[in-house]
Design a protein around this ligand. Structure first.
Ligand code: NAP
Length: 437
């Protein structure tokens, strides 16, 4: 049998420790499937004496991840420290430059430096694998890069952040307010002490940047993504969505359009009968919409030690089998620049919730402003929906829910600005984009 693959692991936290446990547990099966053994020979973390629930005695300890990345006798460097900056970046660069394959779960690093790192991997003819960086255990990187190598992808979208989906699910199922669900998510360890990275959509944006590159052959560029989080979502929106046949999900969406690739992260209304609407709690899902084929949705755990380690190990196994593909599915020189398709030109249906002042002429004024922008309405609900806030109830204003047919973001913004100037509504209108199945 060929000599075993020698692995160095930097980062022994949730994912790193689970990876080592799995490599030990599945040693015999891995050797059979890959035609050679896989062996962790060196590790690195900050606290040497911390009990990580795995036996590290036979592995060489490094305090410095860069030294581990360059150490002779290692074939694959597995980066599981996290963060877009150093030491993760410097260690991955050092490993690639010294001719070692790299496996990482680090979406932040790839969203920021993915193209440069892919170029370095290409230059040194080594693999750079990152299946676990998007949607944990869901094999989405492989699926887009390999399974759809021969298909034009029109759209890819998904629930890529378990924290947000957990919050939105609890709001829907229990009629709770956002803040209450967020506190529970923190208590249960689903949300960080500072949850803004998740709930404001940035975590989803980093993952979408990677998916978008794989699907459309563009350079990874997080800054090209329009990002809006879920903190403005009210129980009244969730209740109205429910009555109208929708659910609210935080989606990352990348779509091929005539103006370029539109990339956006925002709360989205999805029809209850869509596959993505069935995804509840911390579960993740990604839908691929290839030309000429019905959409395909992959659903599964987006985080957790064992789930993420499974994807990391699949990447390590690919290296053991001698596989090396362009990290983003094509040579770096063939990745196209991303032009940020402007959000004003986004086309689609919209949910709009207004608090209309109870006075003569209000309905006519709203109708006029929408008509001026050529916005047609699919439905109007003018009754008090479940979940209206106390302030809304006390204001004496009447909640009006509008569902538009396809229009543009620009038209909606202009119509609502004009309605605001007419002084026929209280507060800020709520606007949620509707995504077609
Ligand atoms: P974690 O539990 O916080 O573990 C991070 C590890 O990196 C720790 O062992 C830490 O050492 C080590 N580390 C941090 N800075 C270091 C430094 N300067 N030098 C040496 N070691 C250092 O993180 P994780 O949850 O396992 O996540 C690892 C990666 O996987 C991240 O990129 C994350 O985004 C990604 N990921 C995680 C999940 C998940 O469910 N957790 C899912 C998908 C992707 P000490 O233990 O000594 O402090």
């Amino acid at each position: 049998m060929t000599e075993s693959l020698k692995v160095g692991v930097a980062g022994l936290g949730t994912v790193g420790a689970a990876l080592i446990a799995q490599i030990v547990r599945e040693r015999a099966m891995l050797a059979e499937r890959c035609g050679r053994g896989i062996e962790v020979v060196a590790v690195c973390a900050r606290a040497r004496n911390k009990d990580r629930g795995v036996d590290l005695r036979k592995m060489k300890w490094f305090d410095d991840p860069i030294a581990l990345a360059m150490a002779p006798g290692i074939d694959v460097f597995v980066e599981l420290m996290g963060g877009a900056g150093n030491p993760a970046k410097a260690a991955v660069e050092a490993a690639l430059a010294s001719g070692k394959a790299v496996v990482t779960a680090n979406k932040a690093l790839l969203a920021k430096h993915g193209v440069r790192l892919a170029a370095l991997a290409e230059k040194h003819k080594v693999a750079l694998n990152f299946e676990a960086a998007v949607a944990g255990a869901i094999p989405i990187v492989r699926t887009v890069r390999e399974e759809f190598a021969g298909n034009t992808i029109e759209r890819i979208y998904g629930i890529l952040n378990g924290t947000c989906n957990y919050i939105l699910t609890r709001m829907e199922q229990e009629g709770l307010a956002f803040d209450e669900c967020l506190k529970d998510a923190q208590r249960l360890g689903y949300a960080e002490a500072d949850p803004s990275f998740d709930i404001e959509g940035h975590d989803t944006a980093q993952k979408l940047a990677i998916l978008s590159s794989l699907a459309f052959g563009t350079k990874v560029d997080e800054s090209a993504i329009y990002v809006e989080g879920i903190s403005s979502i009210q129980p009244a929106d969730i209740a109205a969505a429910d009555e109208l046949g929708y659910r609210v999900k935080l989606l990352g969406v990348a779509v091929r359009t005539a103006k370029g690739v539109e990339q956006r992260v925002h709360p989205t209304m999805v029809r209850k009968d869509s596959a993505i609407a069935q995804v509840m709690g911390v579960t993740n899902a990604v839908t691929i919409d290839p030309r000429g084929i019905n959409p395909i949705t992959l659903i599964g755990p987006g985080a957790g030690g064992m789930a993420t380690a499974a994807s990391v190990l699949s990447d390590v196994a690919d290296v053991a089998r001698g596989m090396r593909l362009p990290p983003f599915g094509r040579p770096v020189a063939r990745l196209n620049g991303t032009s940020k398709a402007p959000m004003q030109r986004h086309e689609g249906g919209y949910y709009i919730r207004l608090l209309a002042r109870d006075k003569p002429g209000t309905a006519a004024a709203i109708a006029t402003r929408l008509a001026e922008q050529e916005i047609s309405l699919e439905s109007i609900v003018q009754r008090h929906p479940k979940g209206a806030s106390e302030a809304e109830t006390k204001s004496g204003a009447v909640p009006v829910i509008l569902i538009t047919y396809a229009t543009t973001e620009d038209a909606v913004r202009k119509a609502l600005a004009a309605v605001g100037r007419d002084r026929v509504i209280s507060g800020r209108p709520q606007v949620i984009r509707i995504e077609k199945n």
